[in-house]
Design a protein around this ligand. Structure first.
Ligand SMILES: [Zn+2]
Length: 253
């Protein structure tokens, strides 16, 4: 697979930012410099800085909050050995495994999400729907990362740190391999938003069965993008579903 241009530079930039979080120069809870500030300081393009910050967020080390900035969440990334190990697998294997992780995370999140978890999920969705936040120059990669971000909030809401770590590493592996970008360009953004909205509705209402079902349906749509359309599982096929109201903002999702 051809390497996306600029990704080597983004990796170097990521390494530099990661070091500053790891050594405590930017403390946990502290806001890191803005994109323009880092662009000027590091002498790289703004899109490179943005990509590096996104990767840092995927690793769980920082979190970007709309209109407030990017904050340090952890000095250590989720296990990097795992991330390296994941690079050995095909896109279909990565997404297939992610399906297992995400379905379990959705069930657990529906069962025990806190109000804070719900706020984080809703914020991720709001950012996803906001064209100004999205930016015109980053549509494919941005779509993928926002999908990752919403899924990350669900994994963290599961209350299982290993699930959250696995999810973060899978997202990072998919970003690093270019799978996330190619999937994002194949998916209809409006459909992804509607599916996320539906998932959020199920998790918020504590509907464990539907949360699992709609996560499976959602990831199966991604699997179709990598030519694995026939892997729709018995879970997707057998779980009974009915009409579900949306959150109101999208109408019937
Ligand atoms: Zn998604």
């Amino acid at each position: 697979m051809a390497e996306p241009s600029g990704s080597a530079l983004a990796r170097q930039t990521l390494a530099r930012l990661k070091e500053r979080v790891a050594c405590g120069e930017w403390a946990v809870g502290e806001r890191i410099p803005t994109e323009p500030e880092l662009t000027a300081e590091l002498g790289v393009g703004r899109s490179t800085v943005r990509e590096a910050i996104r990767s840092l967020a995927t690793l769980g080390m920082v979190e970007s909050l709309t209109a407030r900035g990017t904050f340090v969440r952890s000095r250590t990334p989720t296990p990097s050995l795992l991330l390296e190990a994941l690079s050995a697998y095909t896109p279909a294997e990565l997404i297939g495994f992610r399906r297992a992780i995400d379905v379990e995370a959705a069930q657990a999140a529906a069962a025990q999400r806190s109000d804070e978890d719900l706020r984080a999920m809703e914020q991720a969705l709001t950012d996803e729907m906001d064209p100004a936040h999205r930016g015109v120059d980053e549509a494919p990669a941005g779509s993928a990362s926002r999908c990752s971000r919403f899924h990350g909030t669900i994994a963290r809401a599961s209350g299982n740190r290993l699930l959250a770590d696995l999810e973060a590493n899978l997202s990072a592996a998919m970003d690093a391999s270019g799978v996330a970008d190619s999937v994002a360009t194949s998916l209809d953004p409006a459909a992804v938003i509607a599916e996320h909205d539906r998932l959020f509705t199920c998790i918020r209402s504590g509907d464990v069965a539907r949360a699992a079902h709609f996560m499976a349906v959602h990831v199966d749509n991604t699997l179709r993008c990598v030519g694995q359309g026939l892997t729709a599982s018995e879970l997707t096929a057998l779980t009974p579903t009915g009409d579900l109201p949306g959150r109101g903002r999208l109408g019937a999702a």
